[in-house]
Design a protein around this ligand. Sequence first.
Ligand SMILES: [Zn+2]
Length: 450
Amino acid sequence: MTSNFQARPVGGLASGAGWLIALVLLLAAAQASAATRIEGVRMHEAPDYTRVVFDTSGPVDFELFTLENPHRVVIDLKHAEAARDLGAGLARGDGARVTAVRTAPRGAEYRVVLDVTGKVKPESFRLDPVPPYGHRLVVDLYGTGPGRRTPAVPLSDHRRDVIVAIDPGHGGEDPGAIGPARIQEKDVVLSIARRLARKVDAMPGFRAVLVRDGDYYVALRDRVAFARDQRADLFVSVHADAFKMPSVSGASVYTLSDRGATSEAARWLAEKENRSDLIGGVGDVSLGDKDDVLASVLLDLSMDANRSASFEAGARVLGQLGTVAKLHKRRVEQAGFVVLKAPDVPSILVETGYISNPAEARRLDTADYQERLATALASGIRNYMQSYAPPGTLLAWQREQGDRKYTIETGDTLSEIAARFGLSTRRLREANGLSGDVIRVGQTLVIPAG
Ligand SMILES: [Zn+2]
């Protein structure tokens, strides 16, 4: 807008009236440049809501209301300007709640109309700049979608599945780490998590639930709440790391720290991951203070037991990760991740590698490496669960049915022990979380039933 006014040939007017006109034009130019510019719009489809995000040049005042016949959401942006084809490039998938975005200037206002498929309940808020984003106006439309997935109902018989909640980090507005060639953490971890879910589902006695199964954001505390709603036996958050030095690489496994992180790097990483809510856009929406108080009481009660279970799960997963990936650290690290704060679900966070390392980023982006990572994660999960089968699960029942123990004596080999108990070497290895054939005298092996 400013450039339009500057292009006018005002310099040719010499009279007093000319000065006045020039002054008016300058004022108009100043006012026009102060208008908030709507720079772009994005949309994210989540199972229970659609998020529409406007990038704005500054904080924007707005009024929002809905209309019926047909259903519309109207947003009047005060003292704003935007491109006429603002919503033109917006991708809308099948079953999207928003079918069209229309825009038109209305005096000093700018009107945006969202055509929606049915009745919606909008919630709106502004977000302050957080890299990589500037000012944003967020409109969440709730109400006409398929709704939240129903929680898993525990089976009444004694052989329920072990439930593993798999949490692909970030999503939607929050890309997570961005690597060379614009590889985004949110995409890589979603792909690894989906592969992991398929592998977990394929293991007898296991069932996977994905915290996020699409490109949308889920608040950190909602991820924890989801795992608890689903009565998960284990929560695994999948991430990829970034560091300012591209040479740094390798996978790591984290559990929640008691207080304070194990290392400065861990603290820094936790701060970065915990910032997700600012980027992903929880905004002014209340996080439920009462729940926080209850959670902190529960936390004190069961946190100790849960922390040692988490650490054990982390160790098993790290052991398996080490067979396919370079490890950043050889031991389970600890940091204050919000997403690991369930008081009663053992929880681990896996950084699958450094997306800031060009070679590792390329690897992380291939189906082959994602598949190998998922396989390693799944067998780590199985190792842990077989040792700590929760009561009432098929896994626990199988153990009770006749898992025996055998203590290794001098001269024993793994294949010979397997043959003695009518098992394949592979089955014996799996039951004991062994990756090779190395055993030592005095070590106790679980001899699986059947
Ligand atoms: Zn992350």
